[in-house]
Design a protein around this ligand. Sequence first.
Ligand code: FPP
Ligand code: MG
Ligand code: MG
Length: 385
Amino acid sequence: KASSPIEIDPFSLVGKELKGLTSNIKLNIGSNLKQLDTLSKYYFEAQGKHLRPTIVLLMAQATANLSPHYNSPKHLSNVLVNDPLAPDSILHDHNPSFHNGISYQGQDGILATQRRLAEIVEMIHVASLLHDDVVDDADTRRGAPSAPVKFGNKLTIFAGDFLLGRASIMLARLRSLEVAELIGATIANLVEGEVKQLNETYESSSRDLQTVIDEAFERYLSKTYLKTASLISSSSRAAVCLGGVGVNENWAEGEYIKDAAYDYGRNLGMAFQLVDDMLDYTSSADLGKPGEGADMQLGLATAPALFAWREFGDEMGTLIKRKFKHPGDVQKAKEIVAKSQGMPKTAELAVNYIEKAKSALHKLPESEARDGLEALCLKVLDRVK
Ligand code: FPP
Ligand code: MG
Ligand code: MG
């Protein structure tokens, strides 16, 4: 092989597709209601990391030669590449027969439907960020004032809902029940993750402390799957589904590849959130969003705090149980975490997930795109913002 994953930039492998991503999304979220139009587009003005679309596009490429559409000059994909949902077009021009278009598989092996999926997934992600910034009372996002600060909570919630509505139309136009089901389920998972986080308590009965902490860890990891890894894993799987993998071939072989794509996304997603939770403790980088203990200020005990609880017992447990709400609690907890193995243990856990993501990936045939997905593993562990 020409280059190792360390030298590959996964984002530039699909740079051409990523370049059109935001403008394509904007074509589909127009509204004649000026406030709604502006706010729905607001988080797309700043540069996001585009982690989810990058995974979708690379997974599409990495499984292209398993697709029955591969090498076919034309592919009837039931998606019209240029069907902007311009202001009011939904209400006035909606004609289902209009959406049966032909799209061509480009030389990059990515179908129009898969490119569309990348856009849909980013829209859902941004919708969740809009709601999240209301829930978390966040002042900043993507290096700028957050939507609630600029436009208020009510409009921000509506803009998130609006994005979900438009994403649903685009999803329907993919004409894949399998993918609609996957994406629908993951939207519900996002909400379940948030509610689980909101309701977290550490009420202990007579059980021993280790059990209490183990169970808190289980709930933390389950919540992390729901709020972060679910969207990444489902969209990774959905990219393979849209390629038609397993349709003409052996069904079981298709499932094997889809499961591999899902497992890659799930484990990478878990690692991504663990690193995100670590970054909340390290104030050095400019995150572009609240950091420096923002999670604890919200009452949340993430992996580093839970590990410190295991190591220091009640000294940390007391703070966690009262959700760091007494004056000085956040600072005290930071100090305990700093003297504990919380950060290195969290990093180790993230590395374990990344190792699992890589083994899942190795079930796919070798390709440059697969190397890109592997390179993404390293980027997730190394990121500073
Ligand atoms: C960021 O987490 C937020 C999420 C991963 C999901 C938020 C989901 C909802 C608010 C449910 C509603 C969902 C939709 C689709 C409208 P974080 O707060 O830990 O990270 P941050 O530091 O980026 O804010
Ligand atoms: Mg949140
Ligand atoms: Mg938040």
